[in-house]
Structures are given as structure tokens and as C-alpha cells.
Design a protein around this ligand. Structure first.
Ligand code: PYC
Length: 332
């Protein structure tokens, strides 16, 4: 089988976003959560072919746009990535909106704002434009909350760690600086990726993480390590490990949301505060609290996350499973 995909490539604060503008499959389901399940069952080969080497790389991440299911919304998004199909992706949303507006893939009902359907829920967007370029995108994320505190995890190479788990569109194990974890600058990227696999496995052994309103969102899939800021104007810094090989080059939208929920629940962040989150390369997202609420009896927030993306290319990609032994990609 040979399939062609018309992609537009961008990066959000350094992390890639490959939007499939043509060639995406028809999906069945009443909403994006159901369509995500359908895609995973029938079409996961498309994700693998477009995300992994040799067409992609360890950090590759992207999206496919679909028509909305409800008339008040502008579009629906499926997130694809080397780590799987995320329920929600912040850097992916910022990149997808930037590409879609600049390239005319979505015509907004109200210029400057959009309502996106994602597998994790509705995500309202506001964006700014200058000279036909999108200059910033702010997403109001799905409710984020602290799911568990102080889980003791033994990680060979570090020792015993105290780890919190928070939800921000995906479940994050948050490793704050502590006696056995000195901050991201003290370890090589490969070490962080290695530690993350152990921490993820142990945290998932210790507790079963399932979203209270959508049981298809389950399991702690990401690890957020903390570190000292590079710029005095930033609030905090992080390195998010996703999948088996990737560290987010952006400050990670769902990771920032999870960390804001952690800080909010612990009384370190309140409505009106600005949370400037730095990535491993020093790029920045600005977080604020759009709404305070209770989810499943727990304090929760809707974080608003603002960042930017740059479109850099058009990419017509073929996946030819009859001819190419690496049609579905590989990881080394
Ligand atoms: O920005 O939410 C995000 C994200 C998740 C994984 C990589 N980036």
C-alpha cells in the first residue's frame, strides 16, 4: 500500500509540529475521544510512519484536523506523536493553530478566537496576528488537578524520590528538586530519559491513574523534571520526557498545566499570578489561571497557556509499505 500525506511542518518554541493537512484517514466516532480510539485501532501505522525515523525523529509530534462535531466549535484535532496519540497536547495545539490560521486551513467563526475539540475536551483559543503571521496563541486547557502527592519511587542511579502526579491533559509524574534529584542541569539528557522510564513504571505500579470523566485517559505517560531557571524573569524551569526517547524542547503545555495545578493545590500559585515556565532550551510559555473549579472532589484549575510557533516548511510524505522496509519507522 502506498499513501501520500500533505504535511505542513512548524515548531512551537523549539518542539516540532507536523500538521497533516491532506491524506488523513476518515475516522468514526461521535467525538474526538472516540475517534482517537478508532485511529489507534485502525490507523496507528500512519502515526508511526509520519513520526518515527526516517520520516520523523524521536521528538516528532503532530496533528490531524477534522471537522467539529458541534456547530459552535471551529475544528477538531487528533494529536499524533512518537509516544502515541495524546488526549491533549499544548505545544501541538499552539503549532496547529498557527499553521491552520496562517495557511487558511481553518476559517474562524470569530477572527482572533477558536474553539477546538480535542480528545481530552473543548479547548478555547485566542490568537494574535501581524502581517499575516500568527504571533501568539493562548489555549485555555481542560481542567488540571493534582492527582497524588509524595509517592515514594526508587530510581536506580538516583535513589528514593518523592514524586507528585498531576493531570494537565496527560498524567505527569513531577520530580521536584530534592536530595536525590539535583535539577535538570546536573544530568545528561540521556540520563533524564533513562530515569523517566523507571519513574513512569514505578509510579504506574504504585497507583492506577484514570481520568474521573474519561476512562480512556489512563496511566502516567510523562515525567516532568524540574530545574533552576535560566532567566531571572521566569518562575520555573522543566524538562518533560515523553515516549522512550524524547525531551520536549518547548516548556510543554500539558506539563505546564499539570505543574500549575500542583502549585495551585499546594498554595504556591493563585488566580491572578503569572507562571512563566522555561523549557530545557530556555524557551517560554506564559501560564495563568483562567478558572478555579472542583473535579472529582479535588481542587482544579483551567490553565491558560500562551506561546508561539513558526511555520517552516511543506512536506509531501509517502508511506509505501510494499516497497520500503522502514515504511512504519524505527527507533534506535
Ligand atoms: O506541549 O503538551 C505538550 C506536550 C506533550 C508532549 C509533548 N509536548
Amino acid at each position: 500500500m502506498k499513501k501520500t500525506f500533505f504535511c505542513i511542518d512548524a515548531h512551537t518554541c523549539g518542539n516540532p509540529v507536523r500538521l497533516v493537512a491532506g491524506g488523513g484517514p476518515v475516522l468514526y466516532g461521535n467525538n474526538m475521544s472516540e475517534k482517537r480510539q478508532y485511529f489507534l485501532k485502525e490507523y496507528d501505522w500512519i502515526r508511526k510512519g509520519l513520526m518515527f525515523e526516517p520520516r520523523g525523529h524521536d521528538m516528532m509530534s503532530g496533528s490531524i484536523l477534522y471537522p467539529p462535531h458541534q456547530p459552535e466549535n471551529d475544528a477538531a484535532v487528533l494529536f499524533i506523536e512518537t509516544s502515541g496519540c495524546l488526549p491533549m497536547c499544548g505545544h501541538g495545539t499552539i503549532g496547529t493553530v498557527t499553521i491552520a490560521i496562517q495557511e487558511g486551513l481553518i476559517i474562524p467563526k470569530k477572527p482572533g478566537s477558536l474553539r477546538l475539540e480535542t480528545p481530552a475536551g473543548i479547548v478555547p483559543i485566542s490568537y494574535t496576528e501581524q502581517n499575516k503571521k500568527v504571533t501568539s496563541v493562548q489555549l485555555t486547557n481542560v481542567p488540571a488537578y493534582l492527582a497524588a502527592e509524595n509517592i515514594a519511587v526508587y530510581c536506580e542511579g538516583l535513589g528514593t524520590l518523592s514524586v507528585d502526579v498531576a493531570y494537565g491533559g496527560n498524567f505527569y509524574a513531577i520530580v521536584d528538586q530534592q536530595e536525590n534529584f539535583l535539577g535538570i542541569d546536573n544530568y545528561k539528557a540521556d540520563q533524564l530519559i533513562h530515569f523517566a522510564q523507571i519513574i513512569k513504571r514505578e509510579v504506574n505500579k504504585a497507583m492506577n491513574f484514570v481520568h474521573p470523566e474519561n476512562e480512556t485517559i489512563r496511566g502516567c505517560s510523562h515525567v516532568l523534571f524540574t530545574g533552576n531557571v535560566m532567566n531571572a524573569t521566569s518562575t520555573a524551569r522543566n524538562a518533560v520526557v515523553y515516549g522512550e526517547k524524547a525531551i520536549d524542547r518547548s516548556p510543554c503545555g500539558t506539563g505546564t498545566s499539570a505543574r500549575m495545578a500542583q502549585w495551585y493545590t499546594k498554595g504556591k500559585l493563585k488566580k491572578g499570578d503569572v507562571f512563566i515556565h522555561e523549557s530545557i532550551i530556555g524557551s517560554i510559555f506564559k501560564g495563568t489561571i483562567a478558572e478555579e473549579l472542583i473535579l472529582d472532589g479535588k481542587p482544579a484549575i483551567r490553565p491558560a497557556i500562551e506561546g508561539w510557533a513558526k511555520v517552516y516548511g511543506y512536506n509531501t510524505i509517502q508511506i509505501d509499505t510494499d516497497d520500503d522496509p522502514y515504511a512504519l519507522g524505527f527507533q534506535v
